[in-house]
Design a protein around this ligand. Structure first.
Ligand code: ATP
Length: 439
């Protein structure tokens, strides 16, 4: 689909997601609440598959990255050390167009956005951290925050991981977890929400190795996304301008996706230096340094961060996968050309006719035999056309039909989602066939 035809693509995806149980507006029966979404039965399976691919790539296939699952609420001082409490409590204006926020005094009280010329919101005291209280006795409650970025938990656990595992620098700590930002303008479906998941790797190395590992992770993360998106040309790097860089960062790149509203950040590759560990060392008064077991050198490791949005990249994956084709009768076929590893179901199994017990029984048996190994669906409702339509729309890559020929020669037909071509295969070979396809 050309970009010109994509103007209402987001609307189409939102509608498809609701229609097929992928994603719903949270609290819809109460009119909804802006910036919060729920994954439905199909979407939950897809999102878990999406996260599992990341885990497989970054944990299972590697020897130098360990995983944590940190808590959402932390000691309140964490957010003072990280700078979030101070930085997010200033009077800021936000550009209505590119959503960059500025302190008016730092941009000579300009009335238009210096980045894109867009209009500003009113100046407000923005604190995008969600506040909460811990404890039940009114006078003894501790005022704290839901984490504004998942990575802080990694820095907090750094010392415990060094002390409790066999990791040696260079190594990474990875995490998939929720982050919360009280965004002023949630928009574009999952792109900017107030509750979302991040997948982060903080890669700890010697300061002299930063250039090497920065370039390594930058390429590694781009190649991973390229291997999963159909349209590689819709992915690019954007290097941050000098004035966008944090004072401790030598460089920063975003991996961007060519969204219907323009290029948009999907993941940031950040040069965090020793900033975070220094801050937590100062505020906690704990020694967070690392002693090299070979050279005995003691130093604060430097960090290359890869930080991406799980929901945001999942949304981009849906945009990339959405297809509409019109047949000779003028009917529109919608399909999600999504990587089979992300699809909720790898295969859907139907009997040709729902009122023929011999076909239904055979189809159920096949479904049961595959179910313990793969996520598969069985459907004996309505007509075959409707079943194909449903599975095309949720991105099921292969639909299997048990028909009269199956009763004679024990073969079934397999229809491919993208080409709609059908092949016949002996039932006994399906397991191996599917395993090969999903490798
Ligand atoms: P943006 O400039 O779009 O607000 P950011 O630079 O503040 O993003 P980071 O703090 O680097 O984002 O967070 C890492 C990733 O988390 C982003 O690349 C994005 O994929 C995701 N992310 C950040 N904010 C949101 C949000 N409000 N909703 C969904 N995903 C988000």
């Amino acid at each position: 689909m050309s970009k010109n035809n994509q103007n209402n693509l987001t609307t189409k995806i939102v509608s498809l997601c609701k229609r097929r149980g992928i994603i719903f507006q949270n609290s819809e029966i109460y009119g909804g609440i802006q910036g919060f979404y729920d994954y439905g039965p199909i979407g939950s399976l897809m999102k878990n598959n999406w996260k599992n691919l990341w885990l497989r790539e970054n944990i299972q296939k590697r020897d130098d990255v360990v995983l944590i699952d940190g808590s959402i609420i932390t000691h309140p001082t964490v957010w003072q050390a990280s700078g979030h409490v101070k930085n997010f409590a200033d009077i800021m204006v936000e550009c209505k167009s590119c959503h960059k926020r500025f302190r008016p005094d730092l941009i000579d009280n300009a009335t238009k956005c210096p980045k894109c010329g867009g209009e500003f919101t009113e100046g407000k005291k923005y604190n995008i951290l969600f506040e909460t209280n811990v404890g039940v006795i009114e006078s003894e409650k501790t005022h704290t925050y839901l984490r504004g970025e998942a990575c802080q938990t990694i820095y907090l656990d750094f010392k415990n991981i060094i002390d409790s595992t066999r990791v040696k620098i260079p190594f990474g700590i990875a995490q998939i977890g929720k982050a919360f930002r009280n965004e002023i303008t949630p928009k574009n479906f999952l792109y900017r929400t107030r509750e979302f998941e991040q997948w982060d790797i903080q890669y700890f190395c010697h300061p002299t190795d930063m250039d090497k590992f920065y370039e390594y992770w930058k390429q590694n993360r781009m190649e991973w996304y390229q291997s999963l998106f159909n349209n590689k040309k819709d992915l690019r790097f954007r290097q941050h301008e000098k004035d966008e860089l944090a004072f401790y960062a030598k460089k920063a790149f975003d991996i961007e996706y060519n969204a219907p509203w323009g290029w948009a950040e999907m993941e940031g590759i950040h040069w965090r230096s020793d900033y975070d560990l220094t801050q937590h060392q100062t505020f906690s008064k704990q020694d967070l340094s690392y002693r090299d077991p070979v050279t005995n050198e003691k130093y604060l490791p430097h960090i290359v961060e890869t930080s991406g949005g799980v929901d945001r990249s999942f949304f981009f994956l849906l945009l990339d996968a959405y297809r509409e084709e019109t047949n000779e009768k003028g009917e529109i076929r919608i399909s999600l050309k999504i990587n089979p590893k992300v699809s909720a179901y790898k295969m859907a199994i139907f009997p040709l006719a729902a009122n023929k017990p011999e076909l239904v029984d055979k189809a159920i048996n096949l479904y049961k035999s595959l179910k313990s190994k793969y996520s598969v669906d069985f459907d004996d409702s309505s007509n075959i056309g409707k079943k194909y339509r449903r599975h095309d729309e949720i991105g099921t890559p292969w639909c299997v039909v048990v028909d009269y020929q199956t009763l004679e020669d024990k073969t079934i037909s397999i229809r491919d989602r993208d080409t709609m071509e059908q092949i016949r295969l002996p039932i006994s070979q399906i397991d191996v066939w599917l395993a090969n396809k999903l490798q």
